[in-house]
Ligand binder design. Structure first.
Ligand SMILES: *[C@@H]1O[C@H](CO)[C@@H](O)[C@H](O)[C@H]1NC(C)=O
Ligand SMILES: *[C@@H]1O[C@H](CO)[C@@H](O)[C@H](O)[C@H]1NC(C)=O
Ligand SMILES: *[C@@H]1O[C@H](CO)[C@@H](O)[C@H](O)[C@H]1NC(C)=O
Ligand SMILES: *[C@@H]1O[C@H](CO)[C@@H](O)[C@H](O)[C@H]1NC(C)=O
Ligand SMILES: *[C@@H]1O[C@H](CO)[C@@H](O)[C@H](O)[C@H]1NC(C)=O
Ligand SMILES: *[C@@H]1O[C@H](CO)[C@@H](O)[C@H](O)[C@H]1NC(C)=O
Length: 503
């Protein structure tokens, strides 16, 4: 959601821009995993539109679920803050004068915490609309299948995506002619190993590589200072580090739940950058390149997609057990912690060419880092791979049309060459050492060779995770070409459900 959209929703947000304290700086773009979706800036200066001499003929997305209500643990934190603000006699002034009348934005406790907010549902539907328009890879009325980890908010995101993707045409009363399927699998279990969209839970070694405590330590360096600054606006009540943590989370969460951005306005730009950096450390060292088992768990998805790109769209695959041809747009829905492993497997945002940047400092943010949690694990964040089919040159500026002789569009000739681009939250991120193609893309054959080399960094899932003696353990993600997959324990849902008449 843009600030403009928020302004149209929330009257109090009007004052945010006017006060000038945060002019030109948007805390919702620096709230890490609590940021509602926004397009990340082009950190490498590459346009995200498809280059004019190319078309995308195949694409794969790994998507975090949409904006949601808090987890029960964080919700308890909101309730404690509310109790603290209510159960005291105090004076609040200036930027904090809204605290005595603030109430947590939850009005349906059994159905809110854990689940999508309506902003999250809209983000998912919007992505369906956006990708239908961006690629036109399937016809209206086609049978379309997506894949999803099994937790409700993830399946709901996959479902709203599919509804958005299928929302063209006059099919609302004929859903059977414009059908979607969501293939689901158990979420965060330890018995499906690499054959999962939540594979880190199936890698026993993974937690031993998680050093995200560095984020907690870093929070300890700034939260009390913020509390001391804000306590000057309170007489009779003292905020502490815990309260600051909750109040900074409430900026992003409340913005997406009900449009209230008042918590966004009480912190300074440098306080937001510290908050964001704590999230960066959490993901870099917890599930990203700073965890030695991160690439191991991200690699099976990257390998499966690379193999499908090498085969090309709409071709039956021949590996043993395969019986399913995925659509040219291959959608996978999962959780925040399953995106950084894909970044690690792809070898992104962790270059040794920038000296002193990686591994990230546990003490202070380096402005030259490209690893930013806000640009990856925002709500409905994604890692996308696109296969491009490109002509050698830009389309000519003058074209002669001969009656009844159709002219092929960009990338459609038999001589067109294939390339790959990576887009993370819309922004193009070049493949390290391979950006010679149109729009800084990487030739498909070179990309496949690069991914093969990354196997050495990732290590074999079964061996590296310590699963040699586990009978069913697998290092392969087969869900895109096998249905049902016994190893992944997949099942299928219909979207939308057939309409029923009211009795
Ligand atoms: C409210 O304040 C009183 C007195 O300080 C304290 O004993 C009680 O535990 C507080 N209740 C809550 C819900 O915080
Ligand atoms: C639609 O796709 C599902 C799997 O995604 C498959 O089981 C079903 O047979 C397909 N239906 C048609 C009419 O092709
Ligand atoms: C999966 O978790 C269960 C319960 O914690 C445990 O007993 C089992 O050993 C684990 N399996 C693997 C392969 O780690
Ligand atoms: C902050 O205060 C709350 C009660 O007001 C308390 O539960 C919490 O433990 C305190 N946190 C710290 C870090 O002192
Ligand atoms: C990230 O960079 C660090 C420092 O160079 C290195 O130790 C680590 O292996 C890299 N991680 C990945 C997944 O490439
Ligand atoms: C191995 O897989 C089979 C079939 O999915 C299952 O019935 C069995 O319980 C699994 N064994 C172990 C040790 O997980």
């Amino acid at each position: 959601m843009t600030i403009a959209a928020l302004l149209s929703l929330a009257p109090w947000a009007l004052f945010a821009g006017v006060s000038g304290a945060l002019a030109g700086f948007n805390p919702l773009h620096h709230s890490g995993p609590a940021s509602p979706y926004f397009d990340a800036p082009a950190q490498f200066g590459i346009l995200s539109t498809t280059p004019v001499q190319c078309s995308v003929d195949q694409a794969a997305y790994l998507v975090r679920h949409g904006s949601r209500f808090p987890e029960p643990g964080s919700f308890a934190g909101w309730q404690s803050l509310f109790a603290k603000l209510q159960n005291a006699t105090y004076n609040a002034k200036g930027p904090l004068s809204f605290l005595p009348s603030w109430t947590p934005p939850i009005d349906d406790i059994p159905h809110d915490p854990l689940f999508l907010s309506s902003t999250g549902s809209r983000e998912a539907f919007d992505l369906g609309v956006e990708l239908r328009k961006r690629y036109r890879l399937t016809r209206g009325g086609d049978n379309f299948t997506v894949w999803s980890a099994g937790q409700q908010r993830v399946v709901d995101t996959a479902t709203y995506f599919t509804l958005g993707y299928l929302s063209q045409g006059n099919y609302i009363s004929a859903p059977g002619e414009n059908r979607g399927h969501v293939i689901t699998m158990p979420d965060s279990v330890n018995y499906t190993f690499a054959d999962s969209l939540t594979p880190s839970a199936g890698c026993p070694a993974y937690s031993s590589g998680d050093t995200s405590f560095k984020a907690t330590t870093f929070r300890g360096t700034y939260q009390s200072t913020i509390a001391n600054r804000l306590n000057k606006y309170l007489d009779g009540l003292t905020l502490n580090a815990t309260d600051i943590g909750v109040m900074q989370d409430l900026c992003g969460f409340q913005a997406e739940v009900n449009g209230d951005t008042r918590f966004c306005d009480i912190f300074t730009e440098s306080e937001w950058l510290d908050y964001e950096y704590a999230h960066d450390l959490n993901y870099y060292y917890g599930s990203g390149p700073g965890n030695p088992f991160s690439a191991t768990t991200g690699y099976p998805w990257v390998k499966a997609i690379t193999e499908l790109f090498v085969t090309g769209p709409n071709d039956a695959t021949e590996s043993s057990g395969s019986n399913f041809v995925p659509p040219p747009l291959i959608m996978s829905f999962t959780h925040d912690n399953n995106l950084p492993p894909a970044v690690s497997a792809l070898g992104l945002w962790n270059t040794s060419e920038l000296s002193g940047v990686y591994p990230l400092s546990a003490k202070s943010p380096n402005r030259r880092r490209t690893f930013r949690s806000s640009y990856l694990v925002s709500f409905r964040g994604y890692v996308a791979l696109e296969r491009l089919s490109c002509d050698e040159h830009d389309p000519p500026t003058s074209v002669k049309h001969i009656a009844n002789q159709p002219i092929l569009g960009p990338g459609a000739s038999v001589n067109a060459q294939k390339y790959v681009r990576i887009r993370i939250n819309n922004a193009v991120v070049p493949v390290p050492g391979c950006a010679s193609g149109p729009g800084s893309s990487c030739p498909l054959a070179s990309f496949a060779a690069y991914i093969k080399k990354r196997a050495a960094v990732a290590g074999d899932f079964v061996k590296t995770c310590g699963l040699q003696d586990v009978k069913n353990a697998t290092n392969t993600l087969d869900i895109f070409t096998t249905f049902p997959s016994d190893a992944a324990q997949t099942s299928m849902l219909l979207v939308p459900l057939p309409y029923a008449s009211a009795p």
